[in-house]
Design a protein around this ligand. Structure first.
Ligand code: ADP
Ligand code: ADP
Length: 227
């Protein structure tokens, strides 16, 4: 589904990712872990071309990602990040509907999908749909960001610390929800986290990065039983 072939990225002379080889199959739940600055976010963002790689090749569904328009990639890959980046002048409803609107879904279908997602993420529709981002807590904004990433039922979910701003209880609820979505829909998920417990709970595969290179790659059990 996603294939990195000797991929490198350098920012102004400073290598962020070096000769990365990684092949992610359909339905895998891959969690990228590693110290701050080890290249996790860069790796994730190269997949949807928010960051352009310098060397090597990245393929998605058998084609080089450079052959896709970035907008097309981003419609097919949901993306949720810690610092959510909602559009401030749009309501919650309109933010969640971003990709469905781009895809020109019928209004009724969009409305139903927004309703379903808000309820799923424990933000009752009647209370939250018409609010603006500044009328939400940080944790609520983050959940709206996750809803936006899920809205058009993308083939791939890319998530960068998506639950970082949540209180511990909501975090656990959201982790369970994501695990359920993964199990039910068989989606391919690539997620960055600092939280080892989160990685253990969610991942089918854990990739440990250090200084822009993969130092371990295996199931949670393999990773933590051979330190
Ligand atoms: P992680 O997600 O593991 O914290 P990143 O991928 O964000 O790591 O960063 C990897 C390295 O690249 C770090 O040294 C970071 O400082 C650097 N870096 C990341 N983004 C940029 C950028 N936009 N410009 C310059 N350097 C960057
Ligand atoms: P959280 O624990 O999720 O971070 P907060 O303590 O920040 O929540 O907020 C508590 C409640 O106050 C939430 O239900 C949220 O909807 C509401 N709230 C927070 N900020 C605003 C705001 N600017 N306008 C309206 N309601 C708000």
């Amino acid at each position: 589904m996603i294939e990195f072939d000797n991929v490198s990225k350098v920012y102004g002379g400073h290598p962020a990712v070096t000769d990365l080889n990684l092949s992610i199959g359909q339905g895998e739940f891959v969690v990228l872990i590693g110290p701050s600055g080890s290249g996790k976010s860069t790796t994730l963002r190269m997949i949807n071309r928010l960051v352009e790689h310098d060397r090597g090749r990245i393929r998605f569904a058998g084609r080089e990602i450079r052959d896709f328009k970035p907008e097309d990639l981003r419609r097919r890959m949901g993306y949720a990040i810690q610092s959510v980046g909602l559009f401030p002048h749009w309501t919650v409803e309109k933010n969640i509907a971003t990709v469905p609107r781009l895809l020109a879904w019928p209004k009724d279908k969009i409305r139903a999908r927004v309703h379903e997602l808000l309820e799923l993420l424990q933000l009752p529709h009647a209370e939250f749909a018409k609010r603006y981002p500044h009328e939400l807590s940080g944790g609520q904004q983050q959940r709206v960001g996750v809803a936006r990433a899920l809205a058009a039922d993308p083939e791939i979910l890319l998530m960068d610390e998506p639950f970082g701003a949540l209180d511990p209880v909501t975090r656990i609820v959201m982790q369970r929800e994501l695990k359920r979505i993964h199990a039910l829909a068989g989606k391919t998920i690539v997620m960055v986290t600092h939280d080892i417990d989160e990685a253990l709970f969610l991942a089918s595969r854990v990739v440990l990065l250090k200084d822009g290179q993969i130092v371990q790659d295996g199931t949670p059990l393999e990773l933590f039983s051979h330190p």
